[in-house]
Design a binder for this molecule. Structure first.
Ligand code: RB5
Length: 145
């Protein structure tokens, strides 16, 4: 299992924390930046993580900005990306089970470290259920064409 993680300045602190948490579980994690708290543009990091996921270089991505909204909008422009902004563990679990989300998006300015790890765990420990959800994902794929 391999993750890519990226953030802008508003998600930097949470990224650093979550990166260590993921590594402590013996999961590979590639950090695409940002590597400092100075202001940067979130689409640059959404593009880096999104590309690694869409080209199957990693299994899943994590993106963090202030609200998670900008990262979600940007990442979902990339073909094959299903980025889900999750504010609680149940959302992350359902994002995997129903939406086959391949990028978890978190709001660095709105949640604490501990809640972020719970949300990550829920994402990690849930799998796509297929069935009727597969049909809906296929309809989303049609929208990409
Ligand atoms: C940066 O100030 C902020 O706009 C960004 O982190 C994000 O919340 C955008 O959606």
């Amino acid at each position: 299992m391999k993750f890519a993680i990226g953030s802008d300045h508003a998600g930097f602190e949470l990224k650093e924390h979550l990166k260590k948490y993921i590594a402590s579980k013996n999961i590979d994690v590639i950090d695409v930046g940002t590597d400092r708290p100075e202001s940067v543009d979130y689409p640059d990091f959404a593009a880096k993580v999104g590309k690694l996921v869409s080209e199957n270089e990693v299994d899943f991505g994590i993106l963090i900005c202030g609200t998670g909204i900008g990262m979600s909008i940007a990442a979902n422009k990339i073909k094959g990306i299903r980025a889900a902004l999750c504010l609680m563990p149940e959302m992350a679990s359902l994002a995997r089970k129903h939406n086959n989300a391949n990028v978890l998006v978190l709001p660095g300015r709105l949640i604490g470290f501990e809640l972020a790890t719970w949300i990550f765990d829920a994402f990690l420990n849930s799998s796509f259920e297929g069935g009727r959800h597969e049909r809906r994902i296929n309809k989303i794929k049609e929208l990409e064409e």
